[in-house]
Design a protein. Structure first.
Length: 354
């Protein structure tokens, strides 16, 4: 956390366009992979230096350049200079706190979005992803290795679907679609966790750590909401954009993608309300349990108050208490007290207080 805060302070204190990585991912080696393809051709490469990616801006086949490692800001600056990317774009690529957005330029489109996943400890992780769409290429920037794009790689390798027959704008769509489709898995997982907690609360199986789980769910759903809601505007702008890089035949797929992100947004809102309701349900359950305890204590007190009153009367140290000399007074008093006890129990039972 201190590292992230320090990086943010550095970014704020520099002039606009300064490329400073503000994330908290562990530094790793720069990884660059390239896919070149068309309907009859396919080639996959792993590049050792960023300079090897410079000549793909003018190639005829559609090219996907995937770069992992935003901490390598020098490589980001070099490829930005080669592809004539605006300095503010390079800043946003490394600025992991940047919200999802789309920027339109004459020769390219720039899109920022968030890739969500759960790690091996079931903790929500957010990865900053940037996409640059050119005439024949798409450049993707990721913080670290590991992503949701493996099905796309396989489709390119095996020529499945229409991706090899389409252009770079369709490649941009399938990359965004892969991220949005993963949102559905995230939402489904969140729904299972919420339903599990609801079951525990309905069964009055209240664990000591259940409030912590609810708070963790709140934080996670807010992070997901922060990533999903701005993306609706981004996809809507891309779908309605008349930029020459977006072909008309691709717009129908973008409209479908927009429908998907709307569906995700609606589910996020539903689960957000459900999580807020979980805390109310928890407080209600605790209150009901406390009411049950108080009811039992009240009934016990109600039974023993008249018995204590009788015992107090006949426990006073006066010599001339009327029943004091009565031979069976002790047993009569016990009978009255037991009768009172049974009568009160019967009364509470009829009132359905027991």
């Amino acid at each position: 956390m201190e590292k992230t805060t320090s990086s943010l302070q550095q970014a704020v204190n520099h002039v606009p366009g300064t490329v400073i990585y503000t994330g908290n991912k562990e530094p790793n080696e720069l990884y660059i992979e390239v896919f070149e393809y068309n309907s009859k051709f396919y080639e996959e490469k792993e590049l050792s230096t960023i300079e090897e990616a410079f000549h793909y801006s003018d190639t005829t086949p559609t090219t996907w350049i995937n770069i992992n490692g935003l901490s390598h800001t020098d490589a980001i600056e070099k490829i930005g200079a080669n592809y004539n990317l605006h300095p503010l774009i390079l800043e946003d690529i490394a600025q992991t706190q940047q919200r999802p957005k789309m920027e339109e330029y004459e020769d390219y489109l720039f899109i920022v979005l968030k890739m969500l996943y759960f790690d091996e400890h079931q903790k929500l992780k957010i990865e900053h992803v940037s996409l640059v769409l050119g005439n024949t290429f798409v450049i993707s920037f990721q913080e670290a290795s590991g992503d949701v794009f493996e099905p796309i790689r396989n489709r390119i390798r095996k020529a499945k679907g229409r991706i090899r027959a389409m252009g770079s704008d369709y490649l941009l769509y399938v990359l965004m679609d892969a991220i949005v489709d993963n949102y559905f898995q995230m939402i489904e997982y969140m729904g299972d966790k919420i339903e599990g907690l609801e079951d525990h609360l309905f069964q009055k199986d209240i664990r000591e750590d259940i409030t912590q789980e609810i708070q963790e769910l709140k934080r996670e759903i807010l992070k997901i909401r922060k990533a999903v809601f701005p993306l609706r505007e981004v996809i809507n702008k891309v779908e309605k954009n008349e930029h020459p890089l977006i072909q008309e035949k691709t717009q129908i797929y973008l409209r479908d993608l927009y429908d998907h992100i709307i569906q995700v947004s609606e589910n996020v809102e539903i689960y957000r309300d459900m999580i807020w309701g979980l805390m109310d349900m928890y407080m209600t359950t605790i209150s009901n349990k406390m009411n049950e305890v108080m009811k039992v204590l009240t009934i016990i007190a109600s039974i023993f108050i008249p018995l204590t009153f009788m015992a107090g009367i006949y426990g006073m140290n006066f010599e001339y208490i009327p029943e004091l000399k009565y031979r069976y007074g002790y047993f009569v008093l016990w009978g009255v007290m037991i009768g009172t006890f049974i009568g009160l129990l019967y009364y509470f039972k009829r009132k359905k207080w027991l």
